[in-house]
Design a protein around this ligand. Structure first.
Ligand code: ADP
Ligand code: MG
Length: 174
């Protein structure tokens, strides 16, 4: 993995999702892997949410969460780290089903207030403002957050088309 320190700590947000094997375990293990000490640590994690698949409906419900990470990595190195953790979870991509089932999906949602549009890296994540399974965990850990170019998370969650998406908290059995 290429590590390129930017010389300052940047707060970024990562979306996690899984709907294969034991989805809760994939998400919780990935949260630990994001907290890797040397260059990044997890400052806050949301609780887990269950969401109905969007687009490709022939698949199990997803488990989703969002983490806030403080990192010294540049955005491309953060993405490389996320893709490396996905590979560790045997993430397979099916060209016929881009929205299909996945053992682990890690998306770089926000990197400070940066707006990036490069091959293979778009930040803010281009679909985050359309997804209740991102916005709900996000508002839990960052209620005041604004998404550059899209507005407040709170305002986005109040849109009718977002309210219609089914996302519920996961109840962890004691
Ligand atoms: P999605 O998460 O939209 O369902 P994938 O996980 O299959 O799609 O991601 C495909 C590619 O999207 C990745 O290989 C990565 O290069 C690219 N990508 C662009 N911007 C981002 C981002 N902000 N976070 C994660 N991946 C991104
Ligand atoms: Mg992804």
């Amino acid at each position: 993995m290429t590590i390129k320190a930017v010389g300052e700590t940047v707060r970024c947000y990562v979306g996690l999702g899984s709907n294969l094997d034991e989805p809760e375990q994939h998400v919780l293990t990935a949260m630990d892997q994001l907290d890797c000490g040397a260059h990044s640590h997890v400052a806050k994690s949301s609780s887990l949410y269950r969401s109905t698949p969007i687009g490709d409906e022939r698949q199990p419900d997803f488990i989703n969460a969002v983490c806030c990470i403080c990192t010294q990595l540049c955005p491309r190195a953060v993405l490389d780290h996320l893709l490396e953790i996905e590979r560790d979870h045997q993430r397979a991509r099916c060209v016929d089903r881009p929205d299909g089932p996945r053992s682990l999906d890690l998306d770089l949602l926000l990197y400070g207030d940066a707006e990036i549009d490069e091959p293979g890296l778009t930040v803010p994540h281009p679909r985050m403002h359309l997804r209740r399974f991102v916005l709900l965990p996000l508002i839990e850990i960052a209620p005041e957050l604004h998404i550059p170019g899209c507005g407040s998370v709170c305002g986005l969650l109040n849109q009718e088309q977002i309210k219609r998406q089914r996302v519920t908290p996961v109840i962890i059995q004691a």
